[in-house]
Design a protein around this ligand. Structure first.
Ligand code: SF4
Length: 65
């Protein structure tokens, strides 16, 4: 099982929640918005908590083969 992350970046409000909860895969960029380091992962790990914590719910995780 692999997981794919979709981040609707244009809607990111730059709250920093994802990067503080899951710093190994989320970083804050110079424009003040977050970005995932990897968008295809073998283990979802803390990305689920990051998605759950996003106040504008713009981190979507889907399962891929
Ligand atoms: S938690 Fe959501 S709104 Fe906050 S920085 Fe991350 S992606 Fe952007």
């Amino acid at each position: 099982m692999k997981f794919k992350i979709k981040h609707y970046r244009e809607k990111c409000i730059g709250c920093g929640s994802c990067s503080s909860i899951c710093p190994k895969n989320w970083v804050m960029k110079k424009d003040g918005k977050a970005a995932p380091i990897k968008t295809e992962l073998d283990e979802i790990g803390c990305n689920q908590q990051a998605a759950d914590s996003c106040p504008v719910k713009i981190i979507k995780i889907t399962k891929i083969k």
